[in-house]
Ligand binder design. Sequence first.
Ligand code: IPM
Ligand code: MG
Length: 354
Amino acid sequence: MKICILPGDGIGPEIVAQALRVLEALDLRFEMEEALLGGCAVDATGDPFPEATQRLALAADAVLLGAVGGPKWDVLPRALRPERGLLGIRKLLGLFANLRPAVLYPELANASTLKPEVVSGLDLLIVRELTGDIYFGQPRGIEKRELDGVEQRVGVNTMIYSESEIRRIGRVAFEAAKKRRRKLCSVDKINVLETTQLWRDVMNELSPDYPEVELSHLLVDNAAMQLVRAPKQFDVLVTGNMFGDILSDEASMLTGSIGMLPSASLDETGKGLYEPCHGSAPDIAGKSLANPLATILSAAMMLRHTFVLEEAAQRVENAVKSVLRQGLRTSDIYQPGTTRVGTEQMGDAVLAAL
Ligand code: IPM
Ligand code: MG
C-alpha cells in the first residue's frame, strides 16, 4: 500500500501532517513517500509538476494532497502556475471521476448561511468528470484573428466530450447512487450546448442498466438554484468538469464550512488522489488556524476507495464525528459555546478519539 504524499502550499503541509498522524495510528503498514507539487515545486525545480513527482505518483497506489497555489505564483506564466500541476496530475493519472460529498454534520447545522431546516441532514454527492470538457479541450488559447471586420485578440476554449468519456463517468455515478438513496440527477445545458445534449443522451442510454436508480435531469442554472432552494432533494448529482467545479463549491457552502469537505479523484482501477475541497489559504498558513478535518476525511476516503478498508474508513469518520460532538472547533467552524482549538490540537483530539 504505497501512498505518495504531496503537502503542497499554504496550509497544505499543516493539514497533511495531521492526516498522516491519523494514518500512522491505524498501524496498517503504509509505505509513504513525499514529493513536491504546486508552488513549492516551482520554487524548488521551476516546474509545478516535476518529473520526480510524476514518477512517484505513477508508482503509488494512492496520492494524498494538501492544497496548491497562492498569490505568490499567480504572476507566473500559465504553464508554470501551481494549478497546472494539479491539472497535470489529474490528467497523467487518468483521474476522471471526482467524488465530492457534501455532508452536514448535525453539530454544525448553525454554521451554514442557510436556515438550519433547509440544510439539516444534508447528505449529497457530486460526481464531477475531471479529465475532459472545456478544461482540456483543443483548440484553446488567446490569438489574433480577423473578427467583426477587425483584427483583434480572441480567447478560445473548446467544450468537448466523447460518448465514451460520458459513459464511464455515468457508470461511476449510477454505481454510487445504487449504494446510496438510488437517486441520480444529471446536470447539463441542453437548451444551448450540443456537448451536453450528448451528455444527456448517454445518461439516458445508461439508465436501463440501473433499473433501481431513478434518473432525472436538470439544466445547470436551475441546478444552481435548486441547490440553495431545497438541497435535500438531491442524492447524487453527476455533471461535467466545469459545471461540477462551480456546483461543488456551491454545495460545499451549504454545509457551512469548506474546511470539512473531502474529495476523491479516481481512475478506472480504484487508484486515487485524495484532497480536501478547500484551497491553500495562504493568509492563515503557519498560524495553526487551518481545519485539518477535510484532509483527515480525505484519508478516510482513501482507505475506502483505494484500499477497500471500509472498517478503517469508518473508524476515522467516527473519530471526526466524536470530536465535533465534544464541541471542539477550529476557527472556521467556531461558534460561541464551543471550544476553539488549533490545527494540531484538532489532530490530537481525532487521535484520542481513534
Ligand atoms: C478544484 C479547483 C481546481 C479546478 C483549480 C484550482 C484548477 O477549483 O479542484 O475545484 O478548477 O478544478
Ligand atoms: Mg473548484
